[in-house]
Design a protein around this ligand. Structure first.
Ligand SMILES: Nc1ncnc2c1ncn2[C@@H]1O[C@H](COP(=O)(O)OP(=O)(O)O)[C@@H](O)[C@H]1O
Ligand SMILES: [Mg+2]
Length: 215
């Protein structure tokens, strides 16, 4: 199976993903970017992982419920199942309809959390990613970087803490490091923005500049 971005797959609209640790601003900025692009006359589908499909919503509940006790291998299979549904039923059909697709988390989350955080074997996780995404790779990934202490505090202020947010600081440090590593390895696709001391408005401005250059 080959890896291909949406543009390389013959679609004329981009597939954009937002990535980063807890509380970095993915939900905030993906929603604002959708509004911005719609203002430019684009048709945009905003979706997320886990939980972008009907079955995915059930999988999301299992994955995020702090009462779930999951073996780390079970966990990565659940993420892969969620993604298989999501790519087949939501992302690819929307790209075929000529929509820009924005996803709040995608394959890089699995690399950061399951290889970095959970320390699962790299080849297993990369293979599951490839199969579950059907080889689809984002055209552009915005990585919002934040130190774990800052991001977790922001996330906690938002409400109840989920199963990942309640993980130890070491886990979140490994997730962040893995994100930074894959950003260094994929400089064309992944654009990193430091969000620690930057306002939401400034960050959104930077995102719009990146988007304007790309599409
Ligand atoms: N740059 C920032 N500075 C201060 N607070 C922020 C910033 N970005 C996001 N927040 C706040 O942090 C919380 C988490 O943001 P959210 O977009 O839900 O993050 P994520 O989806 O990545 O977990 C929200 O209350 C949001 O308003
Ligand atoms: Mg969010």
């Amino acid at each position: 199976m080959n890896s291909r971005s949406a543009l390389a797959w013959g679609q004329n609209k981009m597939f954009i993903t937002f990535e980063g640790p807890e509380g970095c601003g993915k939900s905030t900025h993906s929603t604002r970017l959708k509004t911005y692009l719609e203002g430019r006359g684009e048709r945009v589908l905003l979706t997320r992982e886990p939980g972008g499909t009907q079955i995915g919503k059930n999988i999301r509940d299992l994955l995020l419920d702090p009462r779930s006790v999951l073996d780390r291998t079970t966990e990565v299979y659940l993420f892969a199942a969620d993604r298989s549904e999501h790519v087949a039923k939501i992302i690819l059909p929307a790209l075929k309809e000529g929509k820009i697709v924005i996803s709040d988390r995608f394959i890089d989350s699995t690399i950061a959390y399951q290889i970095g955080g959970r320390q699962l074997p790299e080849d297993l996780v990369r293979y599951l990613n490839m199969v579950s995404a059907k080889g689809l790779v984002p055209d552009l990934t915005i990585l919002l970087d934040v130190p774990p202490q800052v991001g977790l505090k922001r996330a906690a202020q938002k409400g109840a803490v989920d199963r990942f947010e309640k993980e130890v600081l070491d886990f979140h440090g490994r997730v962040r490091e893995k994100y930074l590593e894959i950003a260094r390895e994929n400089p064309d696709r992944i654009k990193m923005i430091d969000t620690e001391k930057t306002t939401i408005e400034d960050i959104q401005e930077q995102i719009r500049k990146i988007i304007d250059e790309k599409c």
